[in-house]
Design a protein around this ligand. Structure first.
Ligand code: MF3
Ligand code: CO
Length: 248
């Protein structure tokens, strides 16, 4: 069942989203070779607490940290750890903010120091694919329009779209219906209506789209060891077009 949101609920999610966007801006400033993702985890929890918010991922189905931090070939759900990030790494930081019971979800990939041209291209294409998807998040369009826009763009650039993880509805719960696939056929799937709030969060791989899960039961990484990136926004479907609640 899709849970439609009132204007007031969307406003509250937007407040959570603005806080999340500001948190990502702070992360961008501190990401440098030598920093550990465990430090970013501690930073984020402290930053949110300062503004009266909590990290919704912590404790979600037993997930142990405030953030997901996925480095290089890790696709998503990477555990923060004490390994210093190295020059040339890429890292995706995924955060879900709970502010007064309203949620917002946004992931962003960051370059650590100087990265390869291939990694730069991956980040550019992945970010652009998110916005291609957002453009399609219009009243009257269908979910397949979002998936098709993302997949066709990514594949034309020679990269692949991860299939195992999807965007989702979001509200008072992190994961609501519908699932938002980042691949698919234009004109197919659930029709978008005013008051729906969804995430669009393409994970894009340099090589094959398939993933394997680490022994921690959470972390997904590429089967071929090649790089993966992700950008994610929370978006409200409105009569005036897509409203990005987590815009930086
Ligand atoms: N934020 C993720 C998403 O985009 C969910 C992470 S799962 C968790 O859907 F367990 F880490 F919370
Ligand atoms: Co997320």
């Amino acid at each position: 069942m899709i849970i439609f949101k009132s204007e007031r609920e969307i406003k509250m999610m937007h407040e959570a989203g603005k806080l999340l966007a500001s948190c990502h801006k702070e992360i961008a400033k501190i990401i440098k070779p030598g920093i550990r993702t465990s430090q970013i985890d501690v930073f984020v929890e402290g930053y949110l607490a300062k503004w009266g918010a909590t990290p919704e991922q912590k404790g979600y189905q037993g997930y142990p940290y405030a953030i997901c931090a996925s480095v290089n070939d890790e696709i998503c759900h990477g555990f923060p750890n004490n390994n210093p990030l190295k020059n040339g790494d890429i890292v995706t930081i995924d955060i879900v903010v709970n502010l007064n019971g309203a949620l917002a979800d946004s992931a962003w990939s960051y370059a650590v120091g100087n990265i390869s041209d291939n990694a730069k291209h991956l980040l550019k294409v992945t970010k652009e694919s998110l916005y291609k998807g957002v453009e399609q998040a219009q009243v009257g369009n269908r979910l397949g329009d979002i998936g098709y826009a993302i997949q066709s763009f990514v594949e034309a650039e020679g990269f692949s779209v991860v299939r195992e993880f999807t965007g989702h509805g979001i509200g008072k719960k992190m994961h609501e219906e519908p699932a938002v696939l980042h691949y698919g056929k234009a004109g197919k799937g659930t029709k978008l209506k005013e008051g729906m709030v969804i995430t669009i969060e393409p994970m894009v791989n340099v090589g094959m789209w398939q993933c394997k899960i680490d022994s921690n039961g959470w972390t997904a990484r590429t089967v071929d060891g090649k790089l993966s990136a992700q950008y994610e926004h929370t978006i409200a479907i409105t009569q005036n077009g897509p409203l990005i609640l987590t815009e930086q």
